[in-house]
Design a protein around this ligand. Structure first.
Ligand code: TGC
Ligand code: FAD
Length: 389
């Protein structure tokens, strides 16, 4: 099989043996379990059966959560490499792992009581339980501070009312980490469990993106949530926003996987496909595309590696993470779109991954903060002036 170098600046030299082993095991999993079936699931808009348990079995759920709670106790570079390999398979697979790890296990590990951690984390790590994260609402996406979902204190329980929208995996989730306002208007986090009276999670149909995973709503109609399900150690919007830092960091790595999958496909095709008596890879215009893809992938890899080392030292700022998420997702979606052109007509069929990656990345460039929201976060960091409101 032809080897295509996607480590142009020898970043592998900066990785440990453990990082490389983790990456290889997830790459093997994706090659065996995801790539052969992903086109069919995307076409049919169906989940990959048992995906969460399979991800749990390879240690891809909560990789950086301590082993005591069922995690793998790995560092942030390993987490990033896992996301990269999963998204080379499909953004829907990475999304499922992102949400479970960074948006469900992370807040429980960070903000829950010891009892709550022991109750939920090990089962989430193994994939026995599937979690989802409810922040976005029908009327409040980019501006979650405006959320209307609220709860009132009723002694030993609270009563929750409201709705969340665009929630990854909500239709198949056993538990939902939900952010809602108390009577004083403070944002609090809690776990709402499937089966609680008044709680439903209808699916959002007709998506043209992330078709191999489910997205839906969370609807709360006078749901009685026991007080022991509320996280004791967090109050305010920084609770959910801190989870986003972890997920956005993972996305910065993940999308490199999608870009590499498109790049490798385009290089191979350009050497095999002949027009005007030459492989199309012999034409300068096609070489320009390939050279720019590899340059952009390399820049994204370096950004992520450095961000990962900062994150390991707990020094990565939310603004640095925003810059990486914004830059890398744009890099990946541009490569998916441009590389499709190298395949001509063949680029539009499901035998090749570009259309699927490009369609998936339309969600990725929107969720976890839109492309423009991340630009405004950088703009505010530069000028000190808030241009949101
Ligand atoms: P602002 O006044 O700036 O901040 C409120 C409080 O939060 C703190 N904070 C952060 N803390 C930790 N990490 C961050 N990234 C933080 N950003 C802000 C801040 O210090 C403050 O703390 P305190 O102690 O002073 O109260 O908040 P704002 O209301 O002005 O909003 C800022 C803005 C617009 C940047 C923010 O709300 C935002 O990021 N909006 C985008 C919303 C978003 O990204 N939603 C994502 C939903 S989840 C999702 O999409 C999952 S997709 C999953 C998948 O399938 O992979
Ligand atoms: P809006 O906020 O309405 O934005 C619309 C447009 O206006 C965007 O282009 C935006 O950039 C722009 N805009 C908004 N404000 C400003 C401003 N101040 N200045 C300039 N431009 C602005 N959320 C969850 O909580 N949990 C999940 O699991 C989850 N999964 C998702 C899965 C999918 C497939 C998708 C598509 C979304 C998911 N989301 C989830 C929601 C996602 O985070 C939101 O869609 C996103 O934050 C944007 O919110 P919105 O869709 O309401 O767009």
């Amino acid at each position: 099989m032809m080897h295509i170098n996607t480590d142009y600046f020898q970043i592998d030299d900066l990785l440990t043996e453990e990082h490389k082993l983790v990456r290889q095991s997830v790459r093997d999993f994706v090659n065996q379990e995801i790539k052969p079936v992903i086109d069919q699931h995307a076409h049919e808009h169906t989940d990959i059966p048992g995906l969460m348990q399979k991800l749990g079995a390879i240690g891809a759920l909560g990789p950086y959560i301590p082993e005591k709670y069922g995690g793998a106790g790995l560092d942030q570079i390993s987490y990033g490499l896992i996301m990269q390999e999963l998204e080379a398979g499909d953004s829907a697979v990475r999304s499922s792992a992102s949400v479970q790890s960074s948006l469900v296990m992370f807040p429980i590990h960070q903000y829950a009581s010891e009892e709550q951690k022991m109750k939920w984390l090990p089962k989430l790590a193994s994939g026995e339980l599937i979690g989802c994260f409810g922040l976005t609402e029908p009327n409040h996406g980019s501006n979650p501070a405006g959320m209307e979902t609220k709860f009132v204190d009723k002694g030993d329980h609270v009563v929750l009312n409201g709705a969340k929208m665009w929630i990854t995996n909500s239709p198949i989730a056993d538990i939902a980490v939900v952010w809602a306002k108390d009577e004083a208007g403070d944002v609090r986090g809690m776990v709402v469990e499937r089966g609680m009276e008044g709680f439903s999670a209808p699916e959002t149909h007709n998506k043209w993106s992330l078709r191999a995973s489910k997205t839906g709503e969370l609807v709360f109609e006078n749901v009685k949530v026991p007080k022991e399900n509320i996280f004791p150690n967090i109050k305010g919007l920084k609770g959910p926003l801190s989870c986003l830092n972890s997920a956005r960091y993972g996305i910065s790595w993940g999308v490199i996987g999608a870009a590499i999958d498109c790049y490798e496909t385009a290089v191979k095709y350009s050497l095999e496909r002949t027009q005007f008596g030459k492989p199309i890879g012999a034409f300068q215009l096609q070489q320009k595309k390939l050279a720019e893809f590899l340059t952009e992938i390399t820049k994204a890899q370096l950004l992520c590696w450095r961000l990962g080392t900062l994150k390991n030292e707990d020094k990565a700022s939310p603004q640095q993470i925003s810059m990486a998420k914004r830059n890398n997702v744009k890099m990946a979606i541009d490569i998916a779109r441009e590389s499709r052109q190298i395949l001509g007509g063949m680029g539009i069929v499901g035998d090749y991954p570009m259309m699927r990656h490009a369609a998936n990345l339309e969600s990725v460039i929107t969720y976890e903060g839109t492309h423009d929201v991340h630009l405004l976060i950088t703009g505010m960091d530069i000028t000190g002036i808030n241009a949101f409101g």
